[in-house]
Design a protein around this ligand. Structure first.
Ligand code: ZN
Ligand code: ZN
Length: 286
């Protein structure tokens, strides 16, 4: 474990400035993360503008707050504004949910359909806060990929077949009274469908936390799936969220099915029929 970490001092120009904001942005909030050495280096160079931490604690065994491994970690502190803290704290869950999709594919789909390949097209990447930077949300209408793209290789030719959009949350679909999506998030899925003419599935990964105090890691507990045509026809309510400008869409969670039913979609090539159906069913919502 490294001990030669540079730490931020009061004289540093980034003192009481958000580490993730590239421009100097006052932030007196101190964020806490338990991280392994390599994740600390990654985070600092890719997301924190090479700003030194305020503090590196003693080594201890625990779950890394980025890679989720049980390993040697240490408490690290940075000045960080709350929105940036939320982004950095969410990486742990983002990595876990993407990993769950890859693992499901390897164990349940690859043996059934070896000609299909899964590519992660919107990889969770560590990045600093860039003002005016095009986020996925803002670029939605230009987006031709969702989170994953499944392609088929036949006689050396690779043809894209369908998209998979990944949603993660603490809830089990079985316990939900409604599956909720912002209109923007919904249209992030519709955009690639309309641009490519390929159908899309939505996977919901239930993410829970496992504790090894004072550390914790994200774990994927369960997974469900639906397709965009089923989702669209399960809309029950459209409402303005309280205290928010964004409109939210509410869907009947019964349109989601256990992930153990998904391999059937692949063996019956249901996505090909769905591509036909998409030409008749309007998906977009304002
Ligand atoms: Zn790590
Ligand atoms: Zn910030």
């Amino acid at each position: 474990m490294r001990t030669d970490w540079e730490v931020l001092t009061k004289e540093h120009e980034s003192w009481e400035k958000c580490a993730r904001h590239y421009a100097r942005y006052t932030a007196r909030n101190v964020s806490y993360f338990f991280l392994c050495d390599s994740c600390t280096v990654l985070l600092v160079s890719n997301a924190l503008n090479n700003r030194p931490a305020l503090y590196h604690g003693d080594r201890m065994q625990g779950f890394c707050g980025l890679c989720n491994e049980l390993t040697d970690v240490a408490l690290r502190q940075w000045f960080m504004c709350l929105p940036c803290y939320n982004v950095v704290a969410a990486y742990q869950k983002g990595f876990t949910s993407a990993k769950a999709v890859h693992a499901f594919w390897r164990s349940s789909i690859a043996p059934l359909a070896p000609s299909l390949s899964l590519a992660e097209t919107d990889v969770v990447t560590l990045s600093p806060y860039v003002r005016g930077g095009k986020t996925k949300r803002q670029a939605a209408e230009l987006l031709d990929t969702a989170d994953f793209l499944v392609s088929e290789k036949v006689d050396g030719n690779v043809a894209p077949k369908f998209h998979i959009e990944l949603k993660a949350g603490p809830g089990a679909v079985d316990d939900m009274s409604a599956f909720q999506l912002d209109v923007n998030d919904y249209n992030d899925i519709v955009g690639p469908v309309l641009l490519t003419g390929l159908p899309a599935y939505v996977f919901h990964v239930q993410i829970g936390m496992e504790y090894f105090p004072p550390t914790r890691r994200a774990v994927a507990r369960n997974m469900w799936w639906t397709d965009m045509i089923s989702l669209r026809s399960s809309l029950t309510k459209r409402a303005q969220r309280r205290d928010e400008v964004k409109a939210a869409l509410y869907f009947d969670p019964k349109c989601f099915r256990p992930i153990s039913d998904f391999p059937n979609q692949v063996t019956t090539r249901a996505y090909e029929q769905m591509a036909e159906e998409l030409r008749r069913v309007p998906l977009a919502m304002e």
